[in-house]
Every structure is written in structure tokens, then in C-alpha cells.
Design a protein around this ligand. Structure first.
Ligand code: ZN
Ligand code: ZN
Length: 488
């Protein structure tokens, strides 16, 4: 009896158990032996000819464990065969760990797509319409069972004219999965990281060829796009539909280049720009950027780092979507004038996360910050102000405003020059915020010979500070709060 015969002789009870599509790690550890089905599947995928025969004959309940094992083991030919006969409308990589080289396994999955109706002797008719190559811990391998008609998959594209749903036409939104048109509309879902690496370039070129060869039947749906290499992006741009993208990150580019990337991204929910250069707030790139931002009606998160907004933050805030709830402005050269603008423009917003770290202001007047915190106090859950040169006077001045932030869950104030006396006052006041669970506090200045020089940190003094913080939290009956000097 060969391995495959062992596998198909399972009882129906065990087949039912396997249909949950969860395959456990196989090892010979007696504490975690794995099921007999797991062992049989592992044996099958290791013998390629047996596995390829199995694909033609096994019941559909076994496809998911077979796919999981073949994918995790990097068995590209078996993966391709499984995809080409996949008996469900969608297939998600989901929580599976990508084996190296990841490009090979993803390429094998793309190779398994069948654009033309299959007319072979095999009894298997592939039903795959949506191939999801993204890693997503919350996603099942298939949504099979929610519906046999469109939308049969939780992840189906909702925006592109090339999507399966739109292609069926307004009058015929329902896709009969049994019907076989001349070329079958399909979607491939990907997250793209354009970083200039050889592997990325190769994968992009595989995607490009696949879309070209599909003659219009394949919609490449990219929801998450990270661009670190603008030159490589230009090729990818030809096969992307901007309306699908909801997360965009761009690293180290000019603002003109960013403005070349973002047109059409009207469904963006998160925009992350890092080290973006531009010459003047009066010139075209900055004005164009504002114009594009104003069209992003769904934008919830804006992350700007090393993006100078000195005295000009109001221009950005003015055009942001009312949906915005997270604002990160690290290294943005913010001034007190900017804080004042923020306190006015963000007053009626539902801002839950605010990160003002690495903006070293002169705090001769802390009123703008005080007003800003009070205006956001109703909704603010997460506040970061690391390395802002906040001194005793400023921190003491804003403690009452922090106390009014009753929804606050996370507060970080690392690397600010304060004394132990003000740290004690901070702790005494913050223990009154019952939702606040995580605080990163600045190491008081007396712990350094020279403030902020890590080499001059006196570990003994720091240990005394930590010990005092712990006992004060116990005394305040707030041991549910975690106070730390770092993110570790
Ligand atoms: Zn699905
Ligand atoms: Zn799409």
C-alpha cells in the first residue's frame, strides 16, 4: 500500500475533522504528535508523483490540508496542481508562513490559474476565481460556504471596473460559478513592496506577464502598496488600478514623485510618507499634494515622518477627511503656531491617535499644547510625545489636560528632560485614568551624568527609580498599568 492509499482509506469521521482546514505542525514530539491525517498528508506531498495523482482523486475536503502542507513545504509543482484544480471559488494564503524563496511558491500559484474553460478528461472543473497571495493571520484558506453567488468571497474587489463583480454588469451581479464564459474573469490579490530587490523585481515581472497574458480577464488587485524605489514603481503602475489601494507608503522620495503616485487613490484609508523632500510650500508639488489629499475622503490614518510642516500644518489639516482618526507627525519641525492650528482644526474631529514625537519645540509657552490636549480629550486613546524637549514646567503645566483625557490607553513621553519630582506628580495624576494601561516614561535627569547620553546612564539610580514606580503603582492599586522606560 503506498502513501496515497494510506491517506484515502481514512474514515469519514476524520475527513470531517479535517474539513476545518487546520493543519498542525508535524513532528515526532510525543507531546504533540499531530493527527494521522496530518502525517498522511505530509507523506503524500513529499512524494510528488503520488501528490499529483492525489489532486485528481481526493475528495474536496482534503484540498485545504493538502494545499497547506504543499505550500508550507515549498512543493511548487504540487501547489500549482492544487491551484489549477481548486474546487472552491477563492483561495487565500492567509495565515500560512511563506517559505523561502517566497517568489517561487507565489509564482507556482499564479501558474495554476486557469483562464480558459478546462476541457480535459479530468472530472475536476476548477472553480477558482479569487487568488489571494497576501499574508493575513485572520483569513481562512477559503470563504467557501458563505455563498455560491457573488460576492462569494469576503475579500472580493469592490472598486475596480476590472473586478469580477463589475464585469458581470449591473443587471447580472450574480456570478453563476458553474457557468464557463470564454475567458474566466479572475482576481489576484497582492500586497506589493517595491524595494528594488532582485526578488521583488522578478515577482513584479511575473505578475506583469500574467496580467498581459490574461488578455484582460485578470484583475490585479493591490490593496497595500509600499514604494521605496520609484523607478521600479513605474512598471508596476501599468498593471495596477489605483482605486483598489487602501494603504500607501512611500519612503525617501521627492514630493513631486509622491504626486505622481497618488492620483486616483480615492479609497486610501492610510497614507504613510517618510523622508519626503520639497522646496517650498508655495510651489506646485506642495499645492498638488494638498489637492490630492483633499480627494481622499476615506483617509483615516496619516503618517508623516521627516516631512517638514513648520508653521504650515494648518494647510494639511484643512483638507483632511472627516474620517481621520490617527495623526502621526514625527520629525515634522512643528512649532507652537502649529499646535495652536491643530487645537483649532482638530477640535471637532474624532482623533484617537496623536503622535507628536521628535518635534523639539521651545516651550516658553505651553498653552497651545494644553489647549490641544483639552480639545482632543474626549476621544484621544493613544498619545506619543517622545523626544520633544518637554521640561518640568511644561509637563507640570499639561498634567491637568492629560488628566482630562479619560479615554487614554497609551501614553509615551520617553527622552524628555524631567526631574523625579515631576515624574512622581505625573504618576500620581495618571493613576486616576482608569483606561490608561501603558505608559512609557522619561528616565529622570538625575539618572544621567550627562542627560540623554546613554553611556552616562547610571543603572543603579535607574533601578531605584523603577522600584519606586512599582511601589507607587501598588500603593495606588494600579498594578494593571504597565510603566516602562522603553517599548520592550
Ligand atoms: Zn475568500
Ligand atoms: Zn481591485
Amino acid at each position: 500500500m503506498d502513501s496515497f492509499e494510506i491517506e484515502i482509506s481514512w474514515s469519514s469521521r476524520e475527513l470531517e475533522d479535517s474539513s476545518n482546514a487546520e493543519i498542525r505542525c508535524i513532528n515526532m514530539d510525543p507531546k504533540n504528535p499531530g493527527t494521522l491525517l496530518d502525517l498522511a498528508i505530509q507523506t503524500v506531498v513529499k512524494n510528488e508523483s503520488v501528490a499529483l495523482r492525489a489532486v485528481e482523486e481526493i475528495p474536496q475536503e482534503l484540498f485545504i490540508p493538502l494545499f497547506n502542507a504543499a505550500f508550507s513545504g515549498g512543493h511548487t509543482n504540487v501547489v500549482k496542481a492544487v491551484v489549477s484544480t481548486w474546487p472552491f471559488p477563492c483561495l487565500h494564503v492567509g495565515a500560512l508562513h511563506l517559505p523561502e524563496p517566497y517568489c517561487d511558491i507565489l509564482e507556482a500559484m499564479l501558474d495554476g490559474l486557469q483562464f480558459l474553460p478546462v476541457r480535459n478528461s479530468s472530472s475536476r472543473v476548477p472553480k477558482l476565481r479569487i487568488l489571494d497571495l497576501r499574508q493575513n493571520a485572520d483569513c481562512m484558506t477559503t470563504c467557501s460556504g458563505i455563498s455560491n453567488k457573488f460576492p462569494f468571497c469576503f475579500e472580493a474587489c469592490a472598486y475596480s471596473k476590472k473586478s469580477i463583480g463589475k464585469k458581470q454588469g449591473a443587471h447580472d451581479q450574480l456570478v453563476n460559478l458553474e457557468a464557463q464564459p470564454s475567458r474566466i474573469p479572475m482576481e489576484v490579490l497582492v500586497d506589493l513592496y517595491i524595494d528594488g530587490a532582485w526578488m521583488t523585481r522578478h515577482f513584479l515581472s511575473v505578475l506583469y506577464n500574467k496580467v498581459e497574458n490574461s488578455l484582460g480577464s485578470l484583475h490585479l488587485c493591490c490593496r497595500y502598496l509600499q514604494v521605496d524605489k520609484i523607478m521600479d514603481y513605474k512598471k508596476a503602475q501599468k498593471i495596477l488600478d489605483m482605486v483598489c489601494i487602501d494603504h500607501l507608503g512611500v519612503d525617501e522620495a521627492s514630493l513631486s514623485e509622491v504626486c505622481m503616485i497618488i492620483p486616483g487613490m480615492v479609497h486610501l484609508t492610510s497614507l504613510n510618507l517618510y523622508k519626503i523632500k520639497f522646496r517650498s510650500y508655495k510651489k506646485k508639488p506642495f499645492k498638488m499634494f494638498l489637492s490630492h489629499l483633499s480627494r481622499m475622503d476615506d483617509l483615516q490614518e496619516l503618517f508623516l515622518s521627516y516631512f517638514s510642516l513648520k508653521n504650515h500644518v494648518h494647510k494639511v489639516l484643512r483638507v483632511l477627511s472627516p474620517e481621520l482618526d490617527s495623526l502621526n507627525l514625527n520629525f515634522c519641525d512643528l512649532t507652537n503656531k502649529d499646535l495652536l492650528s491643530m487645537s483649532q482644526k482638530l477640535q471637532d474631529r474624532n482623533i484617537k491617535l496623536l503622535n507628536l514625537s521628535h518635534n523639539q519645540m521651545s516651550w516658553e509657552n505651553f498653552q497651545p499644547l494644553r489647549i490641544l490636549l483639552e480639545n482632543l480629550s474626549g476621544n484621544l486613546q493613544h498619545l506619543e510625545m517622545n523626544n520633544c524637549l518637554i521640561t518640568d514646567v511644561t509637563l507640570s503645566g499639561i498634567i491637568p489636560s492629560l488628566r482630562s483625557c479619560t479615554s487614554l490607553r497609551v501614553l509615551t513621553l520617553a527622552c524628555n528632560p524631567i526631574t523625579m519630582a515631576v515624574l512622581r506628580s505625573l504618576l500620581q495624576n495618571l493613576t486616576l485614568l482608569m483606561k490608561l494601561k501603558f505608559v512609557i516614561y522619561p528616565i529622570p535627569m538625575h539618572c544621567y551624568d550627562q542627560w540623554h547620553f546613554r553611556d552616562s546612564l547610571d543603572e543603579v539610580k535607574l533601578a531605584e527609580v523603577k522600584s519606586e514606580i512599582r511601589s507607587r503603582l501598588r500603593a495606588a492599586q494600579r498594578t494593571d498599568m504597565k510603566w516602562s522606560t522603553s517599548y520592550e
